[in-house]
Design a protein. Structure first.
Length: 274
């Protein structure tokens, strides 16, 4: 892989000069995209210390792809599309269920057992085994979704391509993301955690423990907890205002997973709409 990585770095240094006429560059980039599509490569992963490692050269290959491909028209029934990238195919062989209205770009990876309701998965994204991307949910470019994750209806998982070293959104194994949540700009939800409906999480949003009142992080929900959208009071020269935060209302035992009934009871107890 080091030789391919070196070549991608060389082409990226000449990004402004890249065009569909660069046959050698297209060959190398297509190889990377094929490996992403089959799960042999990924844009980012979590190391043994729990740190998200970004493989910048893989991101660079995706950026090169947009330079090396021209626009192509595709017609599907009454619909017409004009894009530079292809869609994924061969879902039956991959063991992925895709409901009409769903689409995923080539260069994203969908593990066996994934279910796509009418939804969208962008290039560079990784979706782990047995996860569901529910109706009108979107998985942005390079986002990393773990195994047994449920992205509920209307969830927006932000994407990031530039700069190449930018950390993508990471949703770890067994997490449940409630309807209409927005997880963006490299935010992270820990293993087994539940995020209540309508929550917005970004690196600037404080995550606060309701029991202690302490800020435990910015933009990261820890493992095995239930977190909901909230606000905290702040005073400014112009007056008193309430700024958004994410509030941890319950800590779960490691490995504990809530049934939907139990989850709804927790959220109702804390006045959160379900």
């Amino acid at each position: 892989m080091s030789e391919l990585e070196t070549r991608i770095g060389h082409w990226f240094e000449n990004l402004a000069e890249m065009s569909p006429a660069n046959v050698e560059a297209r060959r190398d980039v297509e190889l990377v995209i094929t490996k992403l599509d089959d799960g042999q490569l990924r844009v980012a992963e979590i190391d043994e210390k729990g740190v998200v490692i970004v493989h910048e050269w893989v991101k660079k290959a995706i950026l090169l792809l947009f330079r090396l491909h021209g626009l192509e028209k595709n017609e599907v029934g009454p619909f017409e599309y004009l894009d530079k990238l292809e869609l994924k195919r061969d879902y039956e062989r991959r063991g992925v269920r895709v409901v009409p209205g769903a689409s995923a770009r080539r260069g994203s990876f969908l593990s066996p057992g994934v279910i796509l309701m009418p939804s969208y998965v962008n290039i560079g994204a990784w979706v782990g085994p047995d996860s569901m991307v529910d109706t009108w949910a979107t998985v942005g470019s390079c986002a990393q979704i773990g195994a047994n994750v449920h992205l509920s209806g209307g969830v927006g998982i932000g994407g990031v391509l530039e700069p190449p070293n930018a950390v993508p959104v990471v949703i770890e194994d067994d997490a449940f993301i409630g309807s209409r949540c927005m997880i963006v700009e490299g935010a992270r939800v820990g293993r087994g955690s539940v995020v209540g409906p309508g929550t917005i999480l970004s690196p600037s949003i404080p995550v606060i423990d309701a029991e202690s009142g302490e800020e435990v992080s910015r933009g990261r929900v820890p493992d095995y907890c239930v977190a909901v959208s909230a606000s905290r009071r702040r005073e400014y020269p112009g007056g008193e205002f309430f700024l958004p935060c994410v509030l941890i209302i319950k800590h779960l035992s490691e490995g504990e997973r809530h049934s939907k009934v139990a989850l709804n009871e927790i959220l109702r107890d804390h006045g959160v709409a379900t």
